[in-house]
Ligand binder design. Structure first.
Ligand SMILES: [Mn+2]
Length: 251
């Protein structure tokens, strides 16, 4: 290989909240990080809730995020593969970012083999037992009919509804997440369940808004990528090890 070719993972930027100014500040921080990693990155995985709300109409997209999108375009044109996962906040991507920027969009899970290691990647929403209300909501949000109906709302109305919804989210209110116990961490449980039938060296998720690195035993590691309002956390795989890291100063 010509370049080192590391894999980078981050999630839950929630661009757009809690205010325009604070989001712009965060966006610039993310761009600094992308600028830094582009020198040795082979692939970048942005694993969901990159935007606090994203909905593509046939001819209209949400305002903002120009600097960030341009930086992704730059990475893609350098030959870095950029993959965006749909999160529970930004699942309404319908091809614009693929066409305009050349990123790859992943709807649910992605299983990856790299340097002899097997990765299980997912935003983390709607997995494992429980959260029944959200699972029903996800079906509605993902249904073509409801998406088609929503698309007929004038964007001023559609985006206003989204904004109202956004204001109540965990991240907009900066609700600090705390570690439960391994048994109550449902993504840990979900990963352990998976390990019963097949081996993965690494499980990587977002959604939890809490950076976590937990040894699952049997040579398997669970990483939660945290979020970028409080932690600026990300993971990097250098071909041998996967490590959870923090960008900039630690809080
Ligand atoms: Mn999130």
């Amino acid at each position: 290989m010509i370049k080192a070719g590391k894999l980078y993972f981050a999630s839950d930027f929630h661009l757009g909240v809690p205010s325009y100014e604070s989001s712009l500040q965060r966006e610039k921080r993310i761009i600094d990080w992308l600028e830094y990693i582009k020198h040795d990155a082979a692939e970048v995985f942005l694993m969901g809730d990159v935007f606090d709300f994203w909905f593509e109409y046939k001819h209209v997209i949400p305002k903002g995020y120009i600097r960030f999108l341009a930086k992704l375009a730059e990475l893609v044109s350098m030959g870095i593969k950029v993959t965006l996962f749909k999160g529970n906040h930004d699942m309404w991507m319908f091809g614009y970012l693929e066409k305009e920027i050349g990123v790859k969009i992943v709807s649910d899970e992605l299983i990856l083999m790299h340097s002899g290691k097997r990765f299980y990647l997912h935003h983390g929403d709607g997995l494992g037992p429980g959260d029944k209300k959200y699972k029903i909501l996800k079906k509605i949000f993902r249904s073509r009919l409801s998406q088609w109906l929503f698309s007929w709302l004038h964007p001023n109305i559609g985006m206003a509804i989204a904004e109202m919804w956004s204001k109540n989210s965990r991240i907009a209110n900066n609700k600090k997440e705390e570690f439960r116990s391994e048994d109550e961490e449902w993504l840990v449980g979900f990963s352990k369940e998976k390990l019963k039938t097949e081996h993965f060296d690494y499980f990587i998720y977002g959604h939890r808004h809490l950076p976590l690195s937990i040894d699952l035993g049997k040579g398997s590691l669970y990483i939660n990528l945290g979020e970028w309002i409080n932690y600026n956390s990300y993971a990097v795989f250098d071909g041998r090890d996967l490590e959870l890291k923090y960008w900039g100063k630690l809080l």
